[in-house]
Design a protein around this ligand. Structure first.
Ligand SMILES: *Cc1c(COP(=O)(O)O)cnc(C)c1O
Length: 365
């Protein structure tokens, strides 16, 4: 077999780092699945061998996240980006319906831009006036008459802000949870639809996980192409066409790892504790590191911060890279530093970052 790999400390915002044990299992099982004489990724997606993996992934999502019976779990492709269109296509069927969007950052802006092409939408709140550094409180969100759903981006991956709790807006919610999937339990009774790409905290790229309520499926408007209808996938248990078999398989392994590490409660505790380690260094640095984010809305998965100058930020990134602390550059649209600390990242990597930040600040001050 291959040599053991020295793992870099990978703070990539996505695709995300996966636990070494998950990668080891995949590489061991890849060439010959269970003595079948072929890889799982070479088999028919209708083969009972694949079907078992497929169903197990759906079952694990359902049980780990306590998904109610009247939701279907869909394994799709096209990323969260395709959901920006699929959600309004499937939900905005009735004449007079409108959809409110909380415009909390770059991803929410993309979601409403696509929805606008499909149906009537409005901005229920925008963070543009505050540079997208905070989420709204419940009383700041405007819900207009005829609102079919309120769309929220529970964690803005680029801005590093997170909706601290899912308040009850009085209309069904639709959530893009790409970058905080399975890092907290959610009040399912308030949602009609939850979606996200798997590659931020659940597995490799190529898989989009969607949770959709039965009443949405029952009210699917006419005139939508087959792949874009949620009910197409729900009635076929997500094998209406070829599913992304490798990503489903790998995500199943990641979900088993989540289950063995305390489930969603364990992931929440992990995210809270580990992000606090980094925020503590920021807050204790006497202003050397600055978080632009309102403290109550700080993301527990994407930690964004600045240094005194752009030169200092460049030196920070270079110094970090020399210690194998990688992918810490902030998104090109905002600059600065971003440490993405998803479920699968090892705690020793977070510790290595914290140690480096303390040393760098001491030298720089
Ligand atoms: C990454 C991301 C997306 C886009 O996801 P794709 O799967 O690449 O389409 C959408 N929303 C959020 C919050 C994201 O972090």
């Amino acid at each position: 077999m291959t040599q053991p790999v020295t793992r870099a400390h990978n703070f990539s915002p996505g695709p995300c780092v996966l636990p070494a044990s998950v990668l080891a299992e995949l590489s061991e099982e890849l060439p010959d699945f269970n003595g079948q004489g072929m890889s799982l990724i070479e088999m028919s997606h209708r083969d009972p061998v694949y079907d078992e993996i497929h169903c197990e992934t759906i079952d694990l999502l359902t049980s780990l996240w306590k998904v109610p019976n009247d939701f279907s779990v869909l394994l799709l492709q096209g990323g969260a980006s395709l959901q920006f269109a699929m959600a309004p296509l499937n939900l905005l069927g009735e004449k007079g319906d409108t959809a409110g969007y909380i415009v909390s950052g770059s991803w929410a802006a993309k979601a409403i831009a696509d929805a606008k092409l499909i149906g009537d939408t409005y901005s229920a709140w925008t963070g543009a006036d505050h540079g997208f550094t905070r989420m709204p409180t419940a009383d700041e969100v405007e819900i207009r008459p005829g609102t079919r759903y309120l769309h929220v981006t529970s964690n803005e991956t680029i801005g590093g802000i997170r909706l601290p709790d899912f308040f009850d807006p009085g209309v069904p919610m639709v959530a893009d949870m790409s970058s905080d999937y399975l890092t907290r339990h959610i009040p399912w009774d308030r949602f009609d639809l939850v979606y996200g790409g798997a590659q931020k905290s659940l597995g490799p790229a190529g898989l989009t996980v969607v949770f959709v309520r039965q009443s949405v499926l029952d009210a699917t408007p006419d005139g939508i192409p087959a792949y874009l209808r949620y009910d197409t996938h729900a009635s076929a248990n997500s094998v209406a066409n070829t599913p992304p078999v490798f990503a489903v398989w790998a995500t199943g392994k990641m979900l088993r790892w989540v289950g063995n590490n305390g489930g969603v409660d364990g992931m929440e505790k992990r995210a809270t504790e580990r992000s606090s380690m980094v925020y503590r260094v920021i807050d204790d640095s006497q202003g050397y590191y600055r978080s632009p984010v309102e403290p109550v809305d700080r993301s527990t998965t994407n930690i964004v911060f600045r240094l005194p100058t752009e030169e200092a930020e460049a030196a920070f990134l270079a110094g970090a890279a020399s210690e194998q602390l990688l992918n810490l550059k902030g998104h090109r649209s905002v600059g600065g530093i971003r440490a993405s600390i998803y479920n699968g990242l090892a705690t020793e990597s977070v510790q290595a970052l914290v140690d480096f930040m303390e040393r760098f600040a001491a030298d720089g001050r």
